[in-house]
Design a protein around this ligand. Sequence first.
Ligand code: ADE
Ligand code: ZN
Length: 342
Amino acid sequence: MNIDEALRLMPKTELHLHLEGAVDSTTFAELAAKHRLELPPHAVASDLYEYDSLADFLDVYSLVSHSIRDRDDFQRVTYECLERCVNSGARYVELFFSPESHLQVGVSYETMLEGVLQGVEDIQVDLGLVSNLVPAINRELGGYRAVEFVQMVADHRHDRIIGVGLDFNELGHPPEAFVDAFRLASQVGLHRTSHAGEVGPAQNIRTGIELLDCQRVDHGYNIVEDARLLADCAASQIPFTACPTTTTYTSAFRDLGAPDHAIRQMADAGLKLTINSDDPPMFGIDLAMEYCTLYHQMGFTPDDLKTFALNGIDAAWIDDQTKREWRSTWSNEIDGLLSQVV
Ligand code: ADE
Ligand code: ZN
């Protein structure tokens, strides 16, 4: 087998994947037609999947979100998204979704939850993939709303809802505003992570860790501006969820082959990196392709890729016994796959 085939089959986690960013353009077109959603003039759905910046991308992300309206739609997009994870070798997924984007157009939290949970159950029965859910706070709506949001999540607890995230545009929406929301999340037993240092300064990463008590950092590329923070995070081994292709659309690091690309610098500094796909069809990739990109374009070795895959187990919000078992079985499986590469 060739290296790409081995990397696709390699067991992996997916810890940074947005449901609404995982709707392919065909499904988007069908849902938009079903709900008579008006697309921008002359737009074919697939042409909309192009962007120059995070803000540009988030406009399209919102449009796609608005095409998902009823329980069946949520079940469908969840199933399709998780099926592609299976095809990329994912064995465990923590899936972000963006309730605010649906509440905005009158979809109830109950409706979205029912559909998403059904998709999660169906994929586990059909294909054996285990997934949990992480509703994400839209930071652009501010800190006050974020507290209400976490309360809403807490009022609708389910075993599969295991944490909260913080996403949308960091610029103009720094993490300090979300201290109360994250404290509440912690009090009600939810795990915590936040997008930080993707387009905002390295300080947002430190604030996320120290003030919001985050257990992971999503993206985090601008940490390379701050040598002290880099050293602190290498020492603490707090996990980072890196998304290689996203950097080419939203970050300051657009050349994956550059020797000073942030992900390369983060790995060289000894951070605990996991590899993830963020918004795969919207960026024209899937999770396995991200591993191939690290190998072919960024100079990472098969051993590095094994380390990243196993880091995903350490970073996952699962019990220690399962972590130990997966580490041992996945490690053997990965060695077996890599030994067959010719
Ligand atoms: N929502 C989906 N993808 C995102 C990203 N890369 N940054 C911020 N919010 C997002
Ligand atoms: Zn993201």
